[in-house]
Design a protein around this ligand. Structure first.
Ligand code: NAD
Ligand code: ZN
Ligand code: ZN
Length: 337
């Protein structure tokens, strides 16, 4: 099968012909129809984070396709089912975090396209326990970005407790942020969209943002004029963007950090955090339940996925496009035949 492979950290991806993987016990083999490009895949290929991925690596954790083979003992999923292969490739189901409903913080997890091979390929293997069925009404093209960008920002808005009467800022209107903005609206908040690209600011307006701020200008003054913000969802992998969002928070404000910069340090003022009772919250993807909610909202027509198709062969150029911030808003590799 054709796959995009990271041969070494920091090296360009290579399109290779590799064996179709085999579904082991409890696993399913999925013929991929669409696979989104998450900024995380770029961090993975570059080895940006303290914990490194497997090498060689087939990235991809927004894969969607049909189950074509079952490993031993699989009952939850059948051949022919259309499923999503999210970042959380496995969680034990027994540790205290799994039992509490926080399987994303499982003590022995596997991550698709990071600790196990992902969906930048014609076929991928997932654990039957952690694939999520895609409702018939949703195209694979739309389901792919929802599988990470959607579920991650849905969960972030939930843990950030967006409510009507409050103002939520979404910083970075890329793959994640364009969906986060829509969830903030669904949860009833007044929304502020912040980016540094004209196209992204226009996209935010098209998606119904109540206010739009260009971070190349005076973001602090812009937010102050709006009366500050109560919730900030920072998708930009930039400590400076996180600091700027923190500085604009009102008393009882929540800074929800989702972007994962290679520069793994964030300096925040203690005094303002304490005097304003500000919460700083990290948030990692979402559970299978959260992804089902995300698919349900999309099937109801309450969210819109903004994405463009690309060929897997162009993966390195696609990484450059994302890094330049020129993508509206997600790229999706589509597989035919
Ligand atoms: P993306 O590149 O599609 O979006 C980033 C957006 O930020 C772009 O629109 C860009 O124009 C904008 N931007 C850049 N600098 C800015 C600034 N200073 N102020 C405002 N906007 C700015 O990336 P993505 O796929 O949405 O991923 C974003 C980050 O989230 C990555 O670091 C990724 O690894 C991380 N991520 C985290 C999780 C999680 O579970 N926590 C899940 C998925 C992705
Ligand atoms: Zn992702
Ligand atoms: Zn667990």
């Amino acid at each position: 099968m054709k796959a995009a492979v990271v041969p070494a950290l920091g090296a360009p991806l290579e399109i290779r012909d590799v064996p179709v993987p085999v579904a082991g016990p409890g696993q399913v083999l999925v013929k991929i129809e669409a696979s989104g490009l998450c900024h995380t895949d770029i961090h993975a290929a570059r080895g940006d984070w303290p914990v490194k991925p497997k090498i060689p690596l087939i990235p991809g954790h927004e894969g969607v396709g049909r189950v074509v083979a079952l490993g031993e003992g699989v009952e939850r999923v059948a051949v022919g089912d259309r499923v999503a292969l999210p970042w959380l490739g496995y969680a034990c189901g027994y540790c205290r975090y799994c039992v509490m409903g926080w399987e994303t913080y499982c003590t022995s997890p596997a991550y698709m396209g990071y600790t196990m091979d992902g969906s930048y390929a014609e076929y991928a293997v997932g654990n039957a326990s952690h694939v999520v069925k895609v409702p018939d009404g949703i195209s694979s093209f739309d389901a792919a970005p929802l599988t990470c960008a959607g579920v991650t920002t849905y969960k972030a808005i939930k843990v950030g407790r967006a409510t009507p009467g409050e103002t939520a800022a979404v910083i970075g209107i890329g793959g994640l942020g364009h969906l986060g903005l829509q969830y903030a609206k669904i949860f009833g908040a007044t929304t502020v969209a912040i980016d540094v690209e004209d196209d992204k600011l226009q996209l935010a307006k098209d998606l119904g943002a109540d206010h739009v701020i260009d971070a190349r200008g005076d973001q602090a003054a812009g937010l102050e004029a709006l009366g500050g913000i109560d919730l900030a969802l920072v998708t930009v992998p930039s400590p400076a963007a996180m600091q700027a969002a923190h500085a604009a928070l009102n008393p009882n404000g929540r800074l929800v950090i989702v972007g994962l910069p290679a520069d793994n340090r964030l300096e925040l003022p203690v005094f303002e955090t304490v005097l304003k009772g500000i919460s700083v919250i990290g948030s990692l993807v979402g559970t299978r339940n959260d992804l089902e909610d995300v698919f349900d909202l999309h099937a109801q027509g309450r969210t819109r996925v903004v994405a463009e198709t690309r060929r897997l062969e162009d993966v390195n150029a696609c990484f450059d496009e994302v890094l330049a911030g020129r993508v509206p808003a997600r790229l999706v590799f589509e597989f035919s035949g």
